[in-house]
Ligand binder design. Structure first.
Ligand SMILES: *Cc1c(COP(=O)(O)O)cnc(C)c1O
Length: 487
């Protein structure tokens, strides 16, 4: 509304001052923050990947703060952040970070967040920020194409893979079972990410209806166990409704037999959900497309752009083969909202997802993808596959080591070879000691897991900053570690 100046200006409610920054102040804020960030990024290759000891409860107690009644200056606050808080963390931005599933954190996405948060538009409803909502829809359409889903597919961005998997269970439950789902059973493997069980719980599936099946020797879901479980459940009056498979497990990077599972799910009328939070984007590469064959048959797919598209934490995605199913599970209306679009090409995210007001997540994906084009991402993903294959080859030539899980994509697991007949406890202790010795050098950060009762060291090559020099350091540190342990 244009502001006229004919009415007398009321002056009895004084406007407080402070929150509306002037240009000089805003530029100062951004440039001060940049001055703190740039040296840290420049130094990344030589920074330790982690502290030997992370903060304990005592150190954290010292950070508890009273409600801040008084103003503080920015420099003091940045000092708190950079000097008191930052050191007590694993350095997930480092090229040496190969524990868990690394993130990385493209800087472009931080810039996109600055844009999105400053413009602060409402992308949940297309009618009020149509252009921005359309850009986010474009991103999701690209994701659907990356995965080989048909034109009928749709999706939305979440804060991460856990919430994408949760929404998948809700959509499947709604579509398959309607409102009476107490007898519905859900199948997954014992290598599935723990958030699958959490998703089922949050979706109201009774924990006694979750079937966690044993895997084959390659840590992949085993069809005979699945068939047996489904048959037994039907005989006991349950309604099998959903199969959750992994396209790259967090543990060892194993890819479940997607084609076989798709066949079985179709035959049995199960909703097939693929948890591709770690592995999905490898489908951009030729090897990934082969390795993930069958993913295009899924009813839904969870992805984590904050893993294999290298974004900073806070972006996951759920894709659903039939937009109508997504909509049916979520659509609801209110008198105070603008009407949802009737046009099928216009997406109202508030209508197809659990959230209404939320950040404009699409921009942090859109900006890097448009700036570089998908080809660059494909090259980086290919590099991760090459690095994992090279590391596996090098490890297989170290006689003291045994490759327990060769890389199907870019995660692998190995252990120290021990003479037959040794107890699990003894074998595990040696490998744990090697992990400690490697991490102690602080050039890489690896984590362990257990495969069939055996402790193994995992290497997850996911960060866009991890290149061959770092994998070479890893090999050096493994060899030094073996020597230190007298092996
Ligand atoms: C990381 C991961 C998840 C969980 O995703 P978040 O983004 O951490 O919530 C789920 N499944 C797999 C296979 C993962 O690697």
């Amino acid at each position: 509304m244009p502001t006229g100046n004919s009415a007398p200006v009321p002056a009895h409610i004084p406007a407080p001052d402070g929150l509306e920054l002037d240009e000089a102040h805003m530029r100062h804020l951004v440039s001060t923050v940049m001055d703190r960030l740039m040296p840290i990024l420049a130094d990344l290759p030589t920074q330790p990947v982690h502290q030997p000891e992370l903060a304990g409860a005592d150190e954290l107690q010292a950070l508890i703060e009273p409600v801040p009644e008084q103003a503080s200056n920015l420099d003091d606050l940045l000092k708190r952040l950079f000097s008191d808080c930052l050191p007590s963390s694993l350095n997930a931005t480092s090229p040496g970070f190969m524990g868990y599933v690394p993130g990385g954190g493209l800087f472009h996405a931080a810039v996109a967040d600055l844009l999105a948060d400053t413009l602060n538009r409402y992308v949940g409803v297309s009618a009020v920020a149509g252009g921005f909502a359309q850009l986010e829809a474009n991103v999701l359409r690209w994701f659907c194409q990356f995965m080989g889903l048909p034109q009928t597919a749709a999706g939305f961005l979440t804060s991460g893979g856990s919430l994408a998997n949760w929404s998948a269970v809700v959509v499947a439950r709604h579509h398959q079972l309607g409102e009476e789902f107490s007898r519905g059973t859900l199948y997954t493997s014992d290598q599935a990410h723990h958030c699958v069980a959490k998703a089922a719980k949050l979706a109201g599936i009774p924990s006694s209806n979750l079937r966690v099946l044993p895997c084959d020797e390659k840590q992949r879901l085993s069809l005979p166990h699945l068939q047996e479980a489904v048959t037994a459940d039907r005989a006991s009056g349950f309604t099998p409704f959903m199969l959750v498979v992994s396209a790259g497990t967090t543990n060892t990077g194993a890819v479940d037999p997607l084609d076989v599972c798709a066949e079985f799910a179709a035959e049995q009328g199960l909703w097939l959900h693929v948890d591709a939070a770690y592995g999905g984007f490898f489908r951009l590469t030729e090897r990934g497309e082969r390795g993930l064959h069958g993913i295009e048959r899924a009813d839904s797919i969870a992805l984590d752009p904050h893993k294999t598209l290298f974004l900073p934490y806070g972006t996951g995605a759920l894709l659903v083969r039939e937009a109508a199913h997504l909509k049916a599970a979520h659509a609801s209306t209110a008198d105070y909202l603008p009407a949802a679009s009737a046009h099928e090409d216009v997406w109202d995210f508030g209508d197809v997802s659990p959230e209404l007001t939320r950040p404009f997540r699409g921009l942090r994906v859109w900006l890097p993808l448009r700036l570089h084009g998908v080809g660059v991402f494909r090259e980086y993903l290919n590099e991760k596959l090459d690095l994992a294959a090279w590391l596996a080859q090098e490890l297989s030539e170290i006689p003291q080591l045994e490759l327990i899980a060769p890389p199907q994509l870019s995660i692998l697991a190995f252990a120290v070879r021990t003479p037959a007949g040794q107890s699990d406890a003894v074998r595990n202790e040696v490998t744990e000691a090697l992990l400690r010795a490697v991490n102690a050098r602080q050039r890489v950060m690896l984590t362990g897991t257990s495969v069939g009762g055996r402790f193994v060291i995992r290497v997850a090559i996911v960060s866009f900053r991890t290149h061959q020099v770092r994998i070479h350091m890893l090999l050096e540190d493994i060899k030094l570690g073996l020597r230190e342990l007298g092996l």
